[in-house]
Design a protein around this ligand. Structure first.
Ligand SMILES: CCCCCCCCCCCC/C=C/CC(=O)SCCNC(=O)CCNC(=O)[C@H](O)C(C)(C)COP(=O)(O)OP(=O)(O)OC[C@H]1O[C@@H](n2cnc3c(N)ncnc32)[C@H](O)[C@@H]1OP(=O)(O)O
Length: 243
């Protein structure tokens, strides 16, 4: 599955909705057992959540957006398919989250392709289920440091901390993803799927139990004037970077 939402594959409401529909289709197709997630645009895997969905909108929109993000996370995290992320570009915040919910992550070796949950740099806070997903991957101490500092790791550091499973030359990314997929598909589906469910259930239950409260938290947090100002300033900085 190729992410395709120019210019930076930000996770807009429309993109999240399409991703969920496509995932459902693949899950229901008996001929499909695995999925490689990559970007149509080498250089950018995904810029994460679409900041335009979080700026200057009304509470009903924020609630709808957050619910769609939760839905996407729940679908992909619980997918019965083998999901391999072939990360061919920068992967900040929601882009990193999307990689973390796959079963295996391969990052192309390019110093520009940084990955991490950098929310604090925007003056916002990674919600508990982003944090849980990261802790499940790299452990508590490394997550605490990475989350507080909003670290974006270049490939060698991402590998060292365990945020990705493999770093490979850019031209070997897709072939490596296919050989990793073959290795995972050699395991009987039912045994692998039950194991995945068992490993992920506590994290899934944590969100499912608090879904509505989490939406309310997001809506009231993002509606604050101070948060709106931080997000606007961040967007301005991104735009000024060009000039
Ligand atoms: C008690 C505690 C209570 C806690 C309650 C918690 C409640 C929840 C809190 C809220 C949590 C919200 C979580 C958010 C997670 C996120 O994902 S936020 C998004 C973070 N993303 C980023 O920081 C990435 C920003 N982008 C970049 O760094 C770069 O764009 C790039 C490296 C991806 C690509 O660089 P480059 O190729 O040079 O492109 P640019 O010129 O920078 O960008 C082109 C174009 O795209 C726009 N853009 C970039 N990113 C985004 C984005 N994420 N959303 C929307 N738009 C984006 C950028 O502004 C440019 O636009 P223009 O062409 O200038 O118009």
């Amino acid at each position: 599955m190729k992410l395709k939402n120019p210019p930076v594959n930000s996770l807009s409401l429309e993109m999240l909705t399409e991703l969920v529909i496509n995932l459902e289709k693949l899950e229901n197709d008996k001929a499909v057992r695995g999925l490689v997630l990559t970007s149509e645009y080498p250089g950018i895997f995904s810029a994460g959540l679409d900041l335009m969905e979080m700026c200057g909108r009304n509470p009903a929109h924020y609630a709808e957006y957050w619910k769609a993000l939760q839905e996407f996370w729940l679908k992909l995290y619980q997918s019965s398919l083998v999901v391999v992320a072939a990360i061919n570009g920068a992967s900040p915040a929601g882009g990193c989250l999307m990689s973390l919910i796959c079963d295996y992550r391969i990052l192309a070796d390019n110093p520009k392709y940084t990955i991490g949950l950098n929310e604090t740099l925007l003056g916002i806070v990674a919600p508990f289920w982003f944090k849980d997903t990261m802790v499940n991957t790299i452990g508590h101490r490394a997550s605490e440091r990475a989350l507080q500092l909003g670290l974006l790791f270049p490939p060698a550091e991402a590998l060292q901390v365990g945020l990705v499973d493999q770093v490979v030359p850019e031209d070997k990314l897709q072939s490596t993803a296919l050989s990793v997929m073959a290795q995972w598909l050699a395991i009987p589906d039912h045994a692998r799927q039950l194991t995945k469910t068992m490993m992920r259930k506590p994290t899934v239950d944590h969100l499912v139990k608090q879904r509505d409260a989490d939406i309310q938290n997001f809506v009231s947090f993002v509606s604050r004037d101070s948060i709106q100002k931080s997000l606007q300033m961040y967007l301005q900085k991104l735009r000024q970077k060009k000039s």
